[in-house]
Ligand binder design. Structure first.
Ligand SMILES: [Zn+2]
Length: 406
């Protein structure tokens, strides 16, 4: 039996470490290895998409790892879980009108013909028919082996970076960090980057291209950085941009100084009414931008094909459990840490009403690694929010002085 005092000490310790976890946690979050035979057996039992139950949300603290990647739960939440904005739209899709049989046949006999699929969520996902980024005049690749995404993600990235090049000719290429693994899923040291829709991108610096250099008011090239952010919002289905709070402020100030509409900027940086912010703070994001896109096509293809993908063993089961026998003095927090899951998830999996566990008792521990398909309905893609025309400098100055007088 584990004492209450020990449990509470561990819990306190655990919450204190919320923002200090090491990269080992990211490693623990990887799926436990199991035999191919066991995997096949599990896949055979997979429910169809219509009956898939979501895996309990993992609520472990965000690991602050050596890459500085530390997308917090809030920022890393699947944003499609949020209530759709009033103007969210349904985008026509190539598989509209296809029967289940036709989809199943395509998945089993000609998977490539279906194009890229962004399966599950950014934190529990997979990538099918991924496309590898190619170095170009727009960017160099930091790690080509982990630069797999969907075509939409790459197209959106290219169009936004190209817009900067058009506005500022002779801009040196950026550095493109990780997008995802070839088949998506967990990628050290990130939590997200699992479904082909996330990527890390260098800032524009005044003194040329650098990778993972800390950005400051002094060394960042705000005209180019703003042109990139503006193009992402105007030209793509960007979902969110993670940027350290300390850098958001000078970027916001710069945008105001060139006459961008203050109300629109407020939507973008802070959120307004039903319009959530696009730029979010996340610790560790003062060295690079983390950009996530909606993929109207690849997300819907994945949703339509999910049951067939599972039937044919193309994606892993969303829920996987390992059995763990509690050792002397072991706590739920220790077990959660060991398997990269959360106390809450273990409690839910074992219908435990409290955090107390018994020595030698066997518990089911949910482990991450499968693609979690939350959406049984078609994802609604928020309408784009193109910037209104810039204000002439005189009008801007009047607004700024009006703001100061307030
Ligand atoms: Zn990232």
């Amino acid at each position: 039996m584990v004492s209450l005092r020990e449990v509470s000490v561990w819990l306190r310790l655990f919450s204190a470490m919320a923002f200090m976890l090491c990269s080992a946690c990211a490693e623990h979050a990887r799926p436990a290895r199991s035999s191919p035979a066991a995997n096949t057996a599990r896949l055979a039992q997979l429910p169809t998409a219509a009956t898939v139950t979501p895996t309990p949300q993992v609520d472990t603290a965000p690991p602050l790892d050596d890459s500085g990647e530390s997308d917090t739960d809030a920022e890393d939440a699947d944003t499609a879980d949020l209530p759709a904005t009033p103007d969210a739209r349904i985008v026509p899709h190539p598989l509209d009108g296809w029967s289940e049989e036709r989809v199943d046949r395509a998945v089993s006999s000609d998977l490539a013909s279906l194009g890229p699929m962004s399966v599950g969520t950014p934190n529990a996902g997979a990538l099918v028919n991924g496309v590898q980024a190619v170095a170009s005049a727009l960017y160099t690749l930091v790690s080509p082996g982990d630069a797999w995404g969907t075509q939409e993600t790459l197209d959106y990235l290219n169009s936004a970076v190209q817009a900067v090049q058009d506005e500022f000719p002779n801009t040196p290429p950026l550095a493109l960090g990780d997008i995802g693994a070839r088949h998506g899923g967990p990628l050290r040291p990130h939590i997200s980057h699992q479904a082909g829709r996330d990527l890390d991108l260098s800032f524009y610096y005044r003194d040329g291209t650098r990778w993972y250099a800390r950005g400051t008011r002094q060394n960042l090239d705000f005209p180019r950085l703003w042109a990139l952010v503006r193009a992402l919002i105007a030209k793509t289905d960007v979902d969110l941009i993670l940027l350290d709070r300390g850098l958001q402020q000078p970027l916001h100030e710069y945008a105001l100084s060139i006459g961008e509409d203050p109300g629109w900027l407020e939507q973008v940086f802070i959120g307004k009414g039903a319009m959530r912010a696009i730029i979010h703070h996340a610790p560790g994001h003062d060295t690079h931008l983390h950009i996530r896109f909606f993929n109207p096509i690849a997300q819907e293809t994945a949703r339509r094909c999910y049951a067939a993908l599972a039937r044919h063993g193309q994606v892993k089961a969303p829920e996987q459990y390992v059995l763990h026998k509690a050792k002397k003095n072991e706590t739920l927090a220790m077990i959660a840490k060991k398997y990269g899951t959360s106390v809450r998830a273990i409690r839910e999996a074992n219908a435990l009403r409290r955090n107390l566990i018994r020595e030698q008792a066997v518990y089911r521990v949910p482990v991450s690694g499968g693609a979690r398909m939350l959406h049984l309905e078609r994802a609604r893609i928020p309408a784009r929010r193109p910037p209104p025309p810039r204000h002439p400098p005189s009008a801007l100055n009047e607004q700024l002085s009006a703001r100061e007088q307030k």
